[in-house]
Ligand binder design. Structure first.
Ligand code: PMP
Length: 456
């Protein structure tokens, strides 16, 4: 009988043919084709089966892990099939899609801070260890030190790559989260294809690439790419296997993942953008033809609301918009680009509500012929529902123009950012105008985000 667990591994290899690769051939191993959609399915199964084999994990037992998401997904999948309980401690920067997916598999998810380091009680590793200690029958998977993690890649991913490449591979570009991929594939190549070089792709802010290049431990920064980059060297991460390391910015990782989809049709996640960014740089720097492999660590489907969401990219400052130091900089969703979230005066309140919910906003400009004629927010909607004598069915059918506010506070796109403050203090959101053209809306949230990206 074939179960979903039998579909782990033997992932396909495809060649990149449209992106500029210098004299090299570049291949992508699609780990995204695994059942839970990532490179972590095979180590997740291996770590659970190792704990079963050595007797630490008993029937009905509990699996605890600190995870960026994909290990959790792999563990939750295998645990669900085998009847174990799963508790996952997840840092709060992780994509919502992964967290919802873990929960849907039946895992209990505990969110914790992503901005604290080792030794802090809210640090995800320390929290997972503490939960294991107080839960009877629980084991801590500990992918950072668990030998079954790299071993899974040494016995499956490594041999698969060499076989799929007909034994000829000059370089493999990998990222490091736990180090399982690097150490597992690297060890296999050292023993079976010693000329193959392991190349590290690392997010800017991680300490790993600087350590490889300078031998020094830098202060860690922060990065948005998920699943790779570290503020310490995990026990499972054997950096002596690395012959070259590249630091790739979030902006380049995101742009590369988007380009991969547009040019090659491969929907890959943010860490794959980092890996491909480094792989392309490596390929373009070669003077001799090389055969290079990198990995699509997970599917871009997990990041549609991040990597492939223009609004998120604008919030992170990953756009080519010029900064003016004015209110214009704070307008994330621009009306002229069709990105502003607006309603028409005759749209029913039902539409207003569903647009608010799907776009996660609490107010919207009411626009007629490209002019803002009103503003509608959740209190207008609730007010109408509470006072309407005809019942909520009728209220939801009423047009937006019936309940919108018409006393509008506009501000020039060229005004200084500080000019927004008095407006916000009076409880308004700002309708931003370029002379008589509507540019978009700015809320206190946009100002908070602005100061996050550009500290005052
Ligand atoms: N990419 C993504 C998206 C991941 O979730 C992970 C695992 N954290 C990796 C790459 C790196 O894998 P490893 O743990 O083997 O270093």
């Amino acid at each position: 009988m074939t179960t979903v667990l039998d579909l782990i591994g033997e992932t396909p290899l495809v060649e990149v043919t449209r992106l500029e690769r210098g004299p090299c051939r570049l291949f992508l191993k699609l780990e995204s084709a695994n059942p839970s959609g990532s490179i972590k399915d095979s180590p997740a199964r291996a770590m659970i089966e190792a704990a079963e084999a050595d007797g630490r994990l008993k029937p009905g037992g509990t699996i605890v892990e600190a995870t960026a998401g994909n290990t959790g997904l792999g563990l939750a999948l295998v645990a669900a099939r085998k009847g174990y309980r799963t508790i996952l401690v997840v840092p709060d920067k992780m994509a919502r899609e992964k967290i919802l997916h873990c929960k849907a598999l039946g895992a209990e998810v505990i969110l914790t801070r992503s901005d604290v380091g080792k030794g802090h009680p809210d640090y995800y590793q320390d929290m997972a260890a503490a939960i294991t200690a107080r839960t009877p029958g629980a084991i801590f998977i500990d992918q950072f030190a668990n030998p079954a993690n790299p071993l899974a890649h040494e016995s499956t991913t490594g041999p698969e790559i060499l076989r799929q490449m007909d034994g000829k591979v000059d370089a493999i570009v990998v990222g490091v989260g736990s180090g399982g991929t690097l150490t597992g594939i690297g060890r296999y190549m050292r023993n079976n294809s010693p000329a193959t070089r392991m190349i590290l792709a690392d997010p800017q802010g991680s300490i790993l690439a600087p350590f490889v290049n300078t031998g020094k431990m830098e202060e860690p920064g922060s990065w948005v790419v998920e699943g790779i980059g570290e503020d310490f060297i995990p026990p499972n991460c054997d950096l002596s296997l690395v012959s070259e390391a590249f630091t790739i910015s979030d902006a380049e990782s995101f742009a590369t993942a988007r380009e991969l989809l547009r040019m090659e049709g491969v929907l890959a996640g943010s860490s794959s953008g980092t890996l491909l960014g480094a792989a392309l740089r490596y390929c373009r720097a070669q003077t001799e033809p090389k055969r290079v492999v990198t990995l699509v660590c997970d599917s871009g489907a997990k990041y549609l609301s991040k990597v492939f969401n223009d609004s998120f990219l604008a919030q992170e400052g990953f756009t080519d918009r010029q900064r003016q130091g004015t209110v214009r900089d704070l307008v994330i969703n621009r009306f002229a680009e069709g990105a502003a979230i607006v309603v028409g005066p005759d749209d029913p309140l039902r539409t207003v509500f569903s647009r608010m919910r799907s776009s996660d906003v609490s107010q919207m400009p009411v626009v007629e012929n490209d002019r803002v004629i009103g503003l509608i927010d959740e209190s207008d909607l609730l007010g109408a529902l509470l006072t309407d004598p005809d019942g909520s069915e009728r209220t939801f059918a009423r047009p937006a123009k019936d309940v919108m506010a018409t006393r509008l506070e506009t501000i020039s796109a060229d005004a200084s950012i500080a000019d927004l403050v008095p407006l916000f203090r009076r409880g308004y959101v700002a309708i931003v105008m370029d002379k008589d053209r509507f540019i978009g809306l700015v809320t206190p949230f946009d100002m908070i985000n602005h100061f996050r990206i550009i500290p005052r």
